[in-house]
Write a protein that binds this ligand. Structure first.
Ligand code: GLU
Length: 501
């Protein structure tokens, strides 16, 4: 026999309830669970917690797993999306869907009753509602008053045989201190006086979350339960349940809340919460993962851009904050922009194409392939998310643009001067060769032209840019002129002069 205990292999799980989509908070949970498992050479698995049938949404599991796959958080065990794009399951601890494990929960609930750790409760929903109302009125904590706690097992069985409806409740020990060490929150202490006799098995035979996840985490050999902070107050109940069963208690990590900028809990009312909505807007999966990793975790250095491999290497719970993490969309935009800038041009074009086609419509065919690529290049440097593509280069695709000529006049200039400058600029540009018609050369030459004629950049470059684009905001006039080419650029200067006249 070895003198050393074998360290159990780390096993973490993501255990979502299929309520329709993957929430940003769920992405963060699954990411931390994944990173922790991977950085410890452990296993990350996926279990579906669907015991609240009233919250079921058709297609939710499929959608959830697909979103996880897109962002690169793929479970090694449990439910996953197979090579044909279908929901499948692998691993030795299945089934991994709770609604397929009901007999197990019923058996374990019975065991608790037989061992005196739980009891049958026959109180009607009406009685419980009345009790609750009274407690609320007198500002007392709302909890079960223990009416059925001391019924004998024989008596309970007689009532069950008569067909009375019942639930199974946990028999919370009286006045016991429960202490545990949370990997994020540190030492946590509760007294059982603060805890309710939790329902474990409902009248319809379905377990509650409390019972089901404990049975599963034991049978599926979960070593670390990493979950949202909202579960922290229930954890002492869970610890007691593990004890009642005589099972080993896993380690816990309760993650800080994700907050809106006003510090309220991240909610639909203030913006998107579904990961799929962010993906649809053209946030890149890598950028989303990177951003979400920094919601509550800090590497302890200045580094902000992390690949998944780097995250796995760097992640640890001692660098996760206790306090809530603000979801700052501006930071996500910045980060996504960085990923877009670094991306390979071909890949960018492939991903951005559908967005450009949507934003520009059929006009997208109005320019030649070479110019189109240049437009992509320009936008790649500027946009924060793919859905923004086209906004600043719309003018490239249209022949007949319409704008208020007043915007051609720079703020420190006037109409007559603008016409004069556009005319001499047009003469200047006519003399340039097609060959050197690049942003870089145009910039050099035009800046010299401005100087040589004792003009200012503002009074020449502003109307030039507006003439070429018809917009007050756009890329530089040199970049635009390069893409338009000599002929189109001169034509647009002429249009501007005519408009001003
Ligand atoms: N089904 C629970 C939820 O979606 C899981 C909590 C846990 O990870 O234990 O909140």
């Amino acid at each position: 026999m070895s003198l050393f205990h074998k360290q159990p292999k780390v096993r973490t799980r993501f255990a979502p309830s299929p309520t329709g989509y993957l929430h940003i908070g769920g992405l963060r949970s699954s990411l931390f669970e994944y990173l922790f498992a991977k950085s410890n050479k452990g296993v990350f698995f996926l279990r579906i917690e669907d015991t609240d049938q009233s919250r079921e949404v058709e297609g939710a599991v499929d959608n959830l797993l697909k979103t996880l796959k897109i962002v690169g958080i793929e479970p090694e065990e449990g439910l996953f999306i197979d090579s044909e794009g279908k929901v499948a399951e692998k691993g030795h601890f299945g089934p991994y869907t709770q609604s397929q494990r009901l007999d197990l929960y019923q058996k374990y609930a019975q065991n608790l009753v037989n061992d005196g750790h739980a009891y049958y409760c026959f109180c009607s929903p009406e009685r419980l509602a009345g009790l609750r109302e009274k407690q609320e009125k007198s500002k007392k904590p709302t909890r079960y008053d223990g009416l059925c706690r001391n019924l004998s097992l024989e008596e309970a069985k007689v009532r069950i045989a008569k067909g009375e409806k019942y639930v199974i409740r946990m028999k919370m020990p009286e006045n016991r201190d429960i202490e545990f060490e949370d990997m994020i929150k540190g030492k946590i202490k509760f007294n059982t006086r603060e805890l309710d006799d939790q329902v474990l098995l409902k009248a319809d035979g379905f377990p509650t979350y409390h019972l089901a996840h404990i049975v599963d985490d034991h049978l599926m050999e979960t070593t670390h339960v990493i979950r949202a902070e909202e579960w922290l107050p229930s954890t002492p109940k869970h610890i007691i349940l593990f004890e009642c069963f005589g099972w080993e208690i896993p380690r816990y990590a309760h993650m800080p809340m994700v907050l809106n900028t006003d510090k309220s809990k991240l909610s639909k009312r203030q913006g998107d919460v579904a990961v799929e909505d962010y993906l649809a807007k053209g946030y890149l999966p890598e950028a989303l993962v990177n951003f979400v990793a920094l919601l509550g975790w800090n590497p302890g250095t200045e580094q902000e851009i992390f690949s998944m491999a780097e995250l796995i290497k760097e992640f640890s719970f001692d660098k996760v904050h206790k306090a809530g993490a603000v979801f700052d969309i501006k930071k996500l935009d910045w980060m996504n922009g960085e990923y877009i800038k670094k991306m390979d041009l071909d890949k960018f074009i492939e991903l951005a194409k559908p967005y450009l086609e949507k934003n520009i419509g059929d006009d997208v065919n109005n320019i030649a392939e070479k110019e189109l690529v240049k437009a992509y290049e320009l936008e790649k440097q500027r946009i924060f998310k793919l859905s923004e593509i086209g906004e600043s280069v719309k003018f490239l695709f249209t022949e007949s643009f319409d704008y208020n000529p007043q915007i051609l006049v720079w703020k420190k200039s006037d109409k007559a001067v603008t016409i004069k400058n556009l005319k001499s600029l047009s003469d200047e540009l006519s003399a340039y060769q097609e060959e050197g018609w690049t942003a870089k050369e145009l910039e050099e030459k035009i800046i010299n032209f401005v100087k040589d004629n004792n003009l200012t950049n503002g009074e020449v470059l502003w109307p030039m840019r507006v003439a070429l684009t018809g917009q007050e905001k756009s890329p530089t006039p040199f970049e635009v002129a390069e893409i338009l080419g000599k002929e189109k650029s001169l034509k647009r200067l002429e249009i501007a002069i005519n408009l001003l006249k």
